[in-house]
Design a protein around this ligand. Structure first.
Ligand SMILES: *Cc1c(COP(=O)(O)O)cnc(C)c1O
Length: 208
């Protein structure tokens, strides 16, 4: 099946109110172009310099592209990140929140990433610190936080992680839930996802 047929099929399976973010890390502009031509505009990348190199030229052609940062963001790349991304979905620590609050972030929005599986190698605020961190971002740093993101452990059932994220978001009045990847996006949608992040199922396996 070609990418557009696959894309249309997935979109139809998501139903109303769930956005599809095409995750394009390790994929080239030429692989992405058919989606742009079909009118798709929401994309995710997880590295700042890869995003700049690939997306700067594409944004000149398609100025309404909405590119989100979904990877771990180093503070020393913050200015470059704010230059290329419309949103950062991986705010996950106080030092980053504090630095963001000092930048001109006009029109951008953020999600907080929660490390629901407490995996040491992964980004995201730890679950037991999440309530405090969300409050700080909202009320101390006054960041436009719209919701939460998580990447459940690869070797566990995703469902309890999605449920945790939803409960946490609800407690803080946050509406956006970025959850669900190629292997579990239909489950995530059943559990209230508002945005699924899909790479493999659209583009095929990534070459590293
Ligand atoms: C790579 C990546 C995805 C896409 O994963 P697939 O399994 O290829 O759909 C989604 N979210 C994040 C944060 C990623 O890094």
């Amino acid at each position: 099946m070609d990418i557009i047929a696959k894309y249309q099929e997935i979109k139809a399976s998501l139903g109303q109110g769930v956005r599809l973010m095409a995750v394009t890390k390790n994929h080239t502009a030429e692989e992405i172009r058919p989606l742009l031509e079909a009118g798709h505009r929401l994309f995710g990348e997880n590295r700042v310099f890869e995003a700049i190199e690939k997306w700067q030229p594409l944004k000149e052609e398609y100025p309404d592209i909405e590119l989100h940062m979904i990877g771990s963001l180093q503070s020393n790349k913050l200015k470059e990140a704010l230059g290329i991304f419309s949103a950062i979905d991986s705010v996950d620590r106080e030092s980053l929140a504090q630095k963001l609050s000092l930048e001109d972030i006009g029109g951008k929005s953020f999600l907080i990433e929660v490390n629901t599986g407490s995996e040491p190698q992964k980004g995201g605020i730890m679950p037991e610190e999440a309530d405090d961190f969300i409050n700080k971002c909202l009320y101390e740093y006054k960041l436009p936080i719209k919701g939460l993101m998580c990447v459940p452990p690869a070797d566990e059932e995703a469902s309890p992680h999605f449920a945790f994220l939803k409960t946490l978001a609800k407690r803080h009045g946050l509406k956006e839930l970025s959850m669900g990847m190629s292997g579990d996006y239909l489950l995530a949608v059943q559990q209230g996802s508002t945005c699924v992040r899909l790479g493999t199922v659209l583009f095929g396996p990534r070459k590293s």
